[in-house]
Each structure stands twice: as structure tokens, then as C-alpha cells.
Design a protein around this ligand. Structure first.
Ligand SMILES: Nc1ncnc2c1ncn2[C@@H]1O[C@H](COP(=O)(O)OP(=O)(O)OP(=O)(O)O)[C@@H](O)[C@H]1O
Ligand SMILES: [Mg+2]
Length: 369
């Protein structure tokens, strides 16, 4: 978040414990006005708990919530200027689309004269004006989710919380709705906090991603920061395809530093914050690596599989010494390991071919453990 943006919402040590178990450890988070922040993380990491404490549906065990700089920790949910959209659309089945959207506005005592225009404009925003008189049961899943979005946008909340809103949709429709949600975010100018465990969705939508793990924030940053410079092995593994070489950092006689992986020494590029020793993992993304001759590579291996993905080809290289001699049972972890390389279309690697693996040091990240 850049410092010249105003803070919309802030949590200070916000925490929730159920009986003895922390669902969210004390958490500090600052969200800028108009930002699109995504809470990303595995099941049970505390995403919904954090979102529901912001909404007021769950009472915090400790800590504070500020909205526009004001303490809102104990405000009633309806008093926070927050709209929510869930995975289950929770539309009223006996009400038309139009009435579903109007319902929340009536609850908020919108003057009768303003009701019609507000509903129509919310339906227009999600391109569902033509469906105003249908019942939810007469709509597809994607259309129902649009109505759920319209119902939330209709009263113009300044903060919108979305908990896996596209989770029930198939991949194609989900991708389409992602673009719709991005457009709506731009149109509304509201602050969005979006929960997902789909990394592609997080990368597509977010200004920043807040990666959660085991009831706390693992790392927070722009999609590029999390992808290119993950701070931990967990972050590297969770986002994108990762080649992670586990080893021990060693300082060589000539002063250079290398990572010992099994019986191999993998050179590590100059890095100011390099640890002198200790266990570490080197992260190399498939698109940062390339195939070379076995002699020229930092590592060598044998192509085990070639996967055509349409836009590019992936070569999966086994890092063992090659040959059929080493049986799976007595191979070391390093030898069993695989390394994926994204290859340009014109290159056609052959299964069984002996190759080297190389990458620019600047595009590899050393993660200490
Ligand atoms: N009402 C509750 N009572 C007891 N434990 C709870 C309650 N709600 C959540 N938890 C626990 O708190 C932890 C965090 O749950 P939370 O729902 O925030 O996870 P999540 O990240 O949203 O996961 P998912 O991706 O599966 O939705 C989990 O271990 C969960 O079992
Ligand atoms: Mg959840």
C-alpha cells in the first residue's frame, strides 16, 4: 500500500480464539481506501474468521478494528457501511430478482422515490435488467451470483467483503465473473476484501494479496511481490508452480556461496542478505529456468516427461544421476526430486534426453528455513 493513500480500515491485534484454539492470532492489517485486497490461504487458515470480524458477524476475542480511523470493533454489523457477498448466494427464492435487490434497500429505509432507480442501477451494473421479473430458480448459477452482487452494491457500501463468491461456479464462468468483479470494483471505487483459496483468482484480481497460514498472515504484498519474492517456503509453494531445491548453504574456498543439494553444489548468485550457513531452499520458477547441455547447467538430469500446455511446453526433469541403475527405493530425496522447465514452442525436448538446468541468479530466490 503506498503511503499517500488514505487508510480505510485497520485491524490492531485483532484475534479470535474458539475455546483454546486460535482461529486468528493477533493480526495487524491496514487496507487502503479503494484497494482490492485478497485473503488467500489454505482451508482453516483464518480467512473467513478475519472477514467476519470485520463485518461484525463474529465478535473478536481481542484487538481493535478501525474504519475511517474510528473504533468500530463493537459496532452493529448494519452500522459499519459494509456489504457482504458469500459463496451461497442466499437469495430469497419466493421473491423476484427485482424484489431481492430492493429488500436490502427497504431494510435500510431508503425513501420510496429512490428505491426504483437504485434497484435499476444496481441491476444495470451487473447487466441483469432484463431478468428483473424472474425468480432465482429461473436463473443460472452465474446469474444468481450477479444478483447477489447487485443486492450488495445497491446500497453503495464503501467496504465490500466477498467470501469465495465464485466458489460454486465452473472454471470458465468463474474466469468471466472475475473480470466482471474487477470492472465493478473500478466502477464503484469501494474497498474490496475478497477471500479465495484459488491462487490464479488472487493473482488476477488483487492490488495486494494477504497470504494466510495457520491463523496468521504469512506474507502480504502485490501479486508480483508474492510471486517473484516469496518470503517463505510456504509462500513459494502456495503461489505458482515452484521448483524448490532443499539444501544447506556452504561458503566455498574462493569466497562464493553455494547450496549443497545431495552431493551437488548449486551456485547461488550474489545476495546482500545471504546467510553464511544453514538449511535453505532455492526457488526457481519454471519460466526462469532453461535447458542447457549437461555440462553447462547448474544441475543435470534426465527428461522424464514433456507436457504440452497449449501456450508453452513444460519439460519435467528428474534430478537423479540418470540411467536405470538407481532404484526408487535407494534413491536419495534429491535424486527423486523433479525440476520443471518452461520451454519455448520451437524447442522440443525428448523424453530420456540428458540435459542441464540453468537460470539467471537474479531470478532465483533463496529461502532460509
Ligand atoms: N464457530 C467456530 N467454532 C469453533 N471453531 C471455529 C469456528 N469457526 C471457525 N473455527 C475454526 O477456526 C479456524 C479458521 O477457520 P476459518 O473459517 O476462518 O478458515 P478459512 O481460512 O476461512 O477456511 P476455508 O478456506 O475452509 O473456508 C479453523 O480451524 C476452524 O475450524
Ligand atoms: Mg472460509
Amino acid at each position: 500500500m503506498s503511503t499517500n493513500m488514505s487508510t480505510k480500515l485497520e485491524t490492531i491485534g485483532l484475534a479470535k480464539t474458539y475455546r483454546e484454539t486460535p482461529a486468528l492470532l493477533p493480526t495487524d492489517l491496514r487496507v487502503a481506501a479503494g484497494e482490492f485486497l485478497t485473503l488467500l490461504g489454505p482451508s482453516g487458515s483464518g480467512k473467513t474468521t478475519l472477514l467476519q470480524m470485520i463485518s461484525g458477524l463474529v465478535e473478536p476475542s481481542a484487538g481493535q478494528l478501525l474504519i475511517d480511523g474510528r473504533d468500530a470493533t463493537h459496532d452493529a454489523p448494519g452500522k459499519r457501511g459494509i456489504g457482504m457477498v458469500f459463496q451461497s448466494y442466499a437469495l430469497f427464492p419466493h421473491m423476484t430478482v427485482w424484489e431481492n435487490v430492493a429488500y436490502g434497500l427497504r431494510m435500510r429505509k431508503l425513501p420510496r422515490a429512490e428505491l426504483g432507480p437504485a434497484v435499476d442501477s444496481a441491476l444495470a451494473m451487473v447487466k441483469m435488467q432484463a431478468f428483473a421479473q424472474r425468480l432465482p430458480s429461473e436463473l443460472s448459477g452465474g446469474q444468481q451470483q450477479r444478483i447477489a452482487l447487485a443486492r450488495c452494491f445497491a446500497f453503495r457500501p464503501s467496504i465490500i467483503l466477498l467470501d469465495e463468491p465464485l466458489g460454486a461456479l465452473d472454471k470458465k464462468l468463474r474466469e468471466h465473473m472475475q473480470l466482471e468483479i474487477r470492472r465493478l470494483h473500478q466502477e464503484l471505487g469501494a474497498t474490496f476484501i475478497y477471500v479465495t483459496h484459488d491462487q490464479d483468482e488472487a493473482l488476477t484480481l488483487s492490488d495486494r494479496i494477504c497470504l494466510m497460514n495457520q491463523a496468521r498472515i504469512e506474507q502480504i504484498g502485490t501479486p508480483a511481490q508474492l510471486y517473484d519474492r516469496p518470503a517463505t517456503r510456504f509462500a513459494a509453494d502456495f503461489l505458482g508452480h515452484s521448483n524448490l531445491l532443499d539444501g544447506v548453504v556452504e561458503r566455498l574456498a574462493d569466497g562464493r556461496v553455494a547450496l549443497r543439494v545431495g552431493d551437488r553444489l548449486v551456485p547461488i548468485g550474489p545476495s546482500p542478505d545471504l546467510p553464511a550457513a544453514g538449511a535453505a531452499s532455492l526457488l526457481v520458477r519454471p519460466e526462469a529456468a532453461r535447458l542447457t547441455t549437461p555440462e553447462d547447467g547448474a544441475l543435470a538430469g534426465t527428461i522424464r516427461e514433456v507436457v504440452f500446455l497449449g501456450s508453452d511446453t513444460r519439460a519435467i526433469v528428474s534430478l537423479g544421476q540418470g540411467g536405470e541403475s538407481a532404484s526408487a527405493a535407494d534413491a536419495t530425496d534429491a535424486e527423486r526430486a523433479h525440476f520443471t522447465v518452461r520451454c519455448p514452442r520451437e524447442l522440443t525436448p525428448r523424453v530420456g534426453e540428458r540435459v542441464g538446468l540453468a537460470w539467471d541468479h537474479g531470478r532465483a530466490t533463496l529461502l532460509t528455513r
